[in-house]
Design a binder for this molecule. Structure first.
Ligand SMILES: N[C@@H](CCC(=O)N[C@@H](CS)C(=O)NCC(=O)O)C(=O)O
Length: 287
């Protein structure tokens, strides 16, 4: 579990906050899965919305709360928790009325969530190339300098290497764009992961058996994004497709996955242009 210690946190006021507070962004996948779990568990929480496109996550204030500058961050009675999957596991322990981590499956779930988290930058790679156009420099030099300079830079009192991984992603994106090679690698990883899900869903209605778990939530969110990128879900993974849509349409999921009409329009126009140019996700990745 990644719970920050006092020296990691420079925005000290949050240490006095009571109740449950979530820093999140409407269209961030990690925020979406956290909000869906909160909905499924009927937990009340206070919203602190950040706009990642506007660099709200790189202010002194927010980097003083989460030194990684990522969303989500959960604050529970003054404790600051980062890393969405750890947050989901923590919520399941502290609010057990609706269980999303079935008893006996804790270790297996932790491992499977770890694998899902490993694919996070692959999801970002595909998102930034195949949803709405993001421009040549998705995060400006000035924004990235703020990111470098601000916050404690530590997690658990130790210098945090995650920040360098993030900086490298944005700097590479600005230098080379999202390349065809990067797309092929990321799409290939997802295809392999979805083949494993397909096997699971041949024998069970949900990924880990007869009941919904956090693993279903996290994968619905990822797959929703892949579909938005033009991933051919129905053609490649029919059992996943059959499991995905009814869950995605449930109100506790659907309300967290809404897209503003102007963004939806931009995505659709982009897909038309990509089709005309023979440069869709299917074309580039050879799916
Ligand atoms: N492993 C982290 C990843 C968090 C993450 O990368 N969040 C993204 C949004 S989904 C973010 O904050 N991105 C920063 C940005 O786009 O500037 C977690 O699961 O919480």
């Amino acid at each position: 579990m990644v719970q920050l210690i006092e020296s990691d946190i420079l925005t000290k006021e949050v240490l006095d906050w009571q109740g449950l507070h979530l820093f999140h962004f409407m269209s961030s996948s990690c925020s979406q899965k956290t909000r869906v779990c909160l909905n499924l568990k009927n937990i009340e929480w206070e919203s602190h919305h950040l706009n990642l496109s506007a660099g709200d996550n790189y202010t002194d204030y927010y980097l003083g709360i989460n030194p990684r500058g990522l969303v989500p961050t959960l604050i529970h009675d003054g404790e600051v928790h980062i890393e969405s999957n750890d947050i989901l596991l923590l919520l399941d322990e502290r609010f057990p009325d609706v269980k999303l981590v079935p008893a006996g499956l804790e270790d297996q779930i932790a491992e499977l969530l770890h694998h899902e988290d490993d694919l996070h930058l692959d999801l970002r790679t595909l998102t930034f190339r195949f949803t709405q156009p993001r421009g040549k420099e998705p995060r400006s030099k000035e924004t990235l300098q703020n990111y470098r300079d601000r916050g404690s830079g530590t997690v658990g009192g130790e210098p945090d290497a995650h920040k360098d991984v993030e900086l490298k992603f944005w700097e590479t994106a600005a230098r080379t764009g999202i390349t065809d090679d990067a797309v092929r690698v990321s799409a290939g990883r997802f295809k392999a992961a979805l083949e494993e899900l397909e096997d699971r869903l041949q024998i069970n209605p949900y990924l880990l058996g007869d009941e919904i778990s956090v693993l279903d939530v996290t994968w619905v969110i990822y797959i929703n994004r892949l579909v938005r990128c033009g991933y051919p879900l129905e053609q490649l993974h029919s059992a996943v497709n059959k499991w995905f849509w009814p869950l995605r349409e449930q109100p506790k999921f659907a309300r967290e996955l809404q897209v503003p009409p102007d963004v939806q329009k931009a995505v659709e126009e982009n897909h038309v242009n990509l089709r005309q140019a023979g440069a869709t996700l299917v074309d580039v990745a050879g799916l």
